[in-house]
Design a protein around this ligand. Sequence first.
Ligand code: RP5
Length: 169
Amino acid sequence: MASQHKSPVAIVMGSDSDLEAMALCIDTLKEFGIKPVVRILSAHRTPRQAADFARNAGKDGIKVIIAGAGMAAHLAGSLAARTILPVIGVPLAAKDSPAGLDALLSTVQMPPGVPVATVSIGRAGAKNAAILAIQILAIGDPVLARKLVKFKNCQEKSVTAKDSALKRS
Ligand code: RP5
């Protein structure tokens, strides 16, 4: 069944416990006018549903998949194995594994031929995953490209203002 999705970006996370960190990814995409498809799918707990999602994502209009998971984080890799869409992996801390280094290595250490564009651990990575997805989409979308330029300019102004305030203090 094609086109049940209305968004070019899907955010998939392994558990509802990942939502706190991944909320920043959702919010950042919304700031750029993109309302993502958001799913909880697990490489280990719902392997068939996760596989079906990855196989159908392209047909359903998704252009970039963002996958966040903690612990032995195989979600991004298992999705990437089943699609030609770019997959961005967000390694997450989990309550039983608060540093998230296990998730970082599980996400980033993909074998040659099946890349996962892995961002940093946790909320910083969740935000960067959204921005990276937007940058990918902006290659063919001048409106999004202009929004990205504005975003970078605002970011620069904000840091410059903090620098000036520090110099004055
Ligand atoms: C991973 O295990 C999830 O992505 C989550 O980060 C972690 C713990 O899951 P819960 O036990 O909190 O559901 O699969």
